[in-house]
Ligand binder design. Structure first.
Ligand SMILES: Nc1ncnc2c1ncn2[C@@H]1O[C@H](COP(=O)(O)OP(=O)(O)O)[C@@H](O)[C@H]1O
Ligand SMILES: [Mg+2]
Length: 395
């Protein structure tokens, strides 16, 4: 009987599945292309026996990828992870442009879902977590608990079961350069790793949405997730002090009106002081937590400096560095590091005193310039020069 290529291909595939069951005992195996889950899963799985396919086993000595390569070209290999057995089979014997029918991973149908969950976890653990900002421990904990912790599976389910609100508002305030955006980035990364929904709304996005009358859309999420409103001074400021009443009414009604499907956290950041923020916004039900990001005290400046490259630290009097940065924002301390590095590239010297001096000169220039341009001269605001440290770049 003449078979079409497709029939032959399908028969080969079915034959491989049958051999898997025969040789490994997997029950009703499901074939999977692991794709981007492949490496994370293989890194964590334990390699088992190699087995031939129809008596054929060609090993592959791959010295560079010993951990993750299956170690064969034709044949199959058993793996186990957390008690689940699965198989990688590879038997690409023709020049089909796609060989997935002959090169795949398989697991018993009963274990299929669990393997998927494990693969998700492996992939998540594999990604480097974003660096949290240097903050007092309690503040970091509070932020985490009220965002990621709040949305985490069992917690959210229980809140909903008890009839609690599946919506939360967190406000990060404080003068520029003390980690509000960085904290958002950290939480955002944690969201991404969990495959939750997340969205960043910049003032620009906000203005556009307002122009198109689509503010509500900024607040909506389909799944559980976090919406970040970065630098929302415009929408949050007190109506009596700023004449943008309509704007705030729209903002607040969008915030109230949002239909929550699973669970959502809104994280707002602003440089405004809390007194300036609209009282209506501070009402319970809209904001559950306010975290103030302060200019760092000595111990936190020390923690920041201790994150610097060891070559810098070795040539630095850390006590002196901590002491001489009293009143600096985190971003300004980081700017000093930047000056140090730039100077080192030129002179091969780690010269702290030079960096401090240069920093003062830059700050002086900036503050006279900005006084003229925008009348923004309060030295307490820590408006340092920011070379590429992310302030204007939406993450
Ligand atoms: N708490 C912090 N810990 C570590 N680095 C910080 C911290 N705050 C600010 N920085 C540094 O300064 C940069 C700017 O800070 P950012 O988070 O944008 O400040 P904000 O949003 O509060 O104005 C960051 O990218 C980071 O390099
Ligand atoms: Mg910011």
């Amino acid at each position: 009987m003449n078979q079409t290529q497709l029939q032959q291909y399908a028969a080969d595939h079915r034959r491989l599945l049958a051999l898997i069951t025969e040789q490994t005992g997997l029950v009703d195996p499901v074939a999977i292309d692991l794709d981007e889950f492949y490496l994370p899963l293989m890194k964590h799985a334990r390699k088992g026996r190699l087995l031939p396919v129809e008596g054929v086993l060609v090993r592959d000595w791959d010295p560079d990828n010993r951990r993750t390569s299956p170690g064969f070209q034709l044949g199959m290999r058993l793996y186990t992870i957390e008690g689940i057995r699965f198989v990688r089979v590879r038997f690409g014997h023709s020049d089909h442009p796609n060989i997935w029918g002959l090169d795949f991973t398989a697991v018993s149908r009963a274990d299929y879902r669990r393997l998927y969950r494990i693969a998700m976890r492996c992939r998540r653990d594999d990604e480097p977590a974003a660096v949290p900002p240097v903050l007092p421990r309690e503040q970091l904990d509070l932020l985490w608990k009220n965002t990621i912790g709040y949305l985490e599976g069992s917690n959210l389910d229980r809140i909903k079961a008890y009839g609690g609100r599946a919506k939360r508002g967190v406000l990060l305030t404080g003068s520029p350069g003390n980690g509000k955006t960085m904290a958002c980035r950290w939480i955002w990364e944690a969201c991404r790793q969990r495959r939750w929904e997340y969205r960043l709304v910049t003032p620009d996005n906000y203005r556009q949405a307002r122009a198109h009358d689509t503010i509500e859309e900024l607040f909506g999420v389909d799944r559980r997730g976090i919406v970040f409103f970065d630098d929302m001074d415009l929408a949050l400021r007190d109506r009596e002090k700023v004449h943008e009443t309509e704007d705030q009414a729209v903002f607040l009604s969008a915030l109230d009106g949002i239909n929550v499907h699973e669970g959502v956290v809104f994280v707002f950041t602003t440089n405004c002081s809390l007194e300036l923020i609209d009282r209506a916004f501070k009402r319970p039900g809209r904001l559950d937590l306010v975290l103030h990001f302060k200019v760092p005290e000595a111990p936190l400046r020390r923690q920041l400096i201790e994150r610097w490259h060891e070559d810098i630290r070795r040539h630095l009097d850390v006590d002196r560095a901590v002491e001489s940065t009293e009143g600096y924002s985190f971003a300004e301390v980081e700017e000093l590091k930047n000056l140090l590095v730039m100077n080192y590239m030129d002179s091969n010297q780690w010269d702290w005193e030079w960096a401090i001096k240069q920093f003062a000169i830059n700050r002086q220039e900036l503050s006279t310039r900005s006084t003229r341009q925008v009348g923004f001269s309060s030295p307490g605001l820590g408006l340092g020069i920011r070379h590429g440290n992310g302030e204007d770049i939406p993450f």
